[in-house]
Design a protein. Structure first.
Lengths: 327, 327
């Protein structure tokens, strides 16, 4: 079993790399080789050192996709993307990286398919950003994709390509719309969604966090571990039950900001909660109000994808993984 | 008012050209100039001869989109496409013409927007092929697009691009998912949907028609005139009520094959109906069974788009336009 991770240096890519290195297998088979690609050379995990190739590459460049798949990986995790804010700020870069690179990858696979019958499993990470307001309170698997960002547009187009290349037999694709990752490790960033993690992460580290929206705001979450588990699960399962619909919203935990704060209070007490500073930001609220609140993810559940059990469990996982916690 | 028709030599393009030439106006303004583009040089209508430019161009070629919009048309009708069967048979050509040409057009408009604030109305023809089985009996405006063909995939990707370029302010787009055109003029063709028109058109001309599916098959129809009216209407209306959702399923007539045949019987009698030869074709039935049967098109109706009143009216229109009819 040879796996390729495109976007291996990102937050999810690094966790996926570690998860594969620790298990040493994928889809019930021994992992003989792992190829890691990103715009910067990804770190090589110790456990698999002898079997890992790490490459720095711009996947929108000529021949880059062909080079990435030269070893004919059995499973390709395609996580490489520029994020929402960057795709919005730099229109051309967003389309080049998020759309063109995806198409170049699928085209390289198609050419190898035509030449030698190559047909890898491709696990593509899509996003909740494919959905745009107006949205129902609970979004079903049949909801139209009307992205309100260029990033969401590029991901929705990637989903369509994935389905068509799968239908034509060139690859065996599955697209996962990942929930918003929470608790996202690391420092506060400028993403509009940053506070969802910040109001847990910062108080647990004894630091102040800014909350720019009302407590009633509801959203859809998965822990970094759940997101990684989704990718690993997607690589190994039989996709025949999906038919031609190869893109799935992943299960998550639907929680309000108030429920997040209660979970924080239960584990870290009033002192932690007191570190959350309410600073309403109408601009952020306007963005967040158009986001999905909850999903009915029957198709993904039917294939065995499982959400975190609760927001408490998401917080507990963050504490266990980072050592953060009440002093 | 300057209008550009891309795909002006096709069946709908020619009708749209004639409709504009006859009215001499568009969106309540006098039509000063009309530019017609297709892979073959489109015919120039007499009524507008002095104001028409006709060009032969492959819109996927370098600079072709820039040339097509050089006159900065106020309204661009983008009908150019290779059809479903050809896009399925020639994968690369389908993506080149149906996806790349659309993107090149939108990019040419964006560059002109950035340089000089150009922002035309773009009327894009999409297709029911963006929908794929399993489908509910009546499809609402929120139904997910899961195309079961490369053509449908390319149209769905065009819809997403149209929305994003509109959202970013580069153009003012509206996408119309046209019903299956019936009665389609001309000779029988090899399209899987050909019999829907054939069982009306051929008997009215005193010729035999083959019916490859059961009488219970239901589908969604518009006359050629209704389709042309949709395009003209889309060019002139205020699109603000659409918000960011710029793609609409057009109203149609939902009719079964049995209802088609009854309409034929009413106008042309038993002798015409006797010319329909039932010749079940499981391959065609398998394709047709995955097609949509009916839609609830509230959003389009709210904007003033109107379907043909009945299948009888569709047949009557065909007779009036072609002179076909009971001997």
């Amino acid at each position: 079993m040879h796996a390729l991770i495109l976007g291996a240096a990102g937050m999810i890519g690094r966790r996926l790399t570690d998860a594969l290195a620790q298990s040493g297998s994928l889809g019930g088979q021994a992992l003989d080789a792992l190829t890691l690609v990103d715009v910067v050379t990804p770190a090589v995990p110790d456990a698999l050192a002898g079997r890992v190739t790490a490459q720095a590459a711009d996947l929108s460049g000529t021949g880059a996709a062909e080079t990435a798949i030269a070893g004919r990986p059995d499973v390709i995790f395609h996580l490489a993307a520029v994020v929402s804010g960057e795709a919005e700020a730099d229109f051309e870069k967003g389309y080049r990286i998020n759309l063109d690179s995806t198409r170049l990858l699928f085209e390289a696979i198609r050419q190898a398919h035509l030449a030698e019958g190559y047909r890898p499993r491709v696990v593509f990470t899509s996003s909740l950003a494919v959905f745009g307001a107006p949205l129902p309170p609970v979004i079903g698997d049949d909801m139209i994709l009307t992205p309100a960002s260029s990033y969401g547009t590029q991901k929705a187009m990637g989903e369509l390509l994935l389905s068509d290349y799968t239908r034509r037999g060139f690859l065996d694709g599955i697209g996962l719309r990942l929930p918003t990752i929470c608790v996202r490790p690391g420092k506060p960033n400028k993403a509009a969604s940053g506070f969802f993690s910040g109001i847990i992460r910062e108080p647990l580290a004894g630091q102040e966090a800014v909350l720019p929206v009302p407590d009633t705001v509801r959203h859809w979450f998965a822990s970094p571990r759940a997101a990684t588990d989704f990718l690993v699960h997607a690589a190994g399962i039989d996709l025949a039950p999906l038919g031609q619909r190869r893109n799935l919203t992943m299960p998550g935990v639907s929680a309000t900001v108030a429920e997040e704060i209660e979970a924080l209070r239960r584990v870290a007490g009033e002192r932690a909660v007191a570190l959350i500073r309410r600073e309403p930001d109408p601009a952020i609220l306007r963005i967040i109000e158009t986001w999905p609140e909850a999903f009915a993810t029957e198709r993904a559940l039917g294939l065995g994808f499982r959400a975190d059990p609760s927001f408490d469990a998401i917080v507990a996982l963050h504490i266990a993984e980072t050592g953060a916690g009440p002093a």
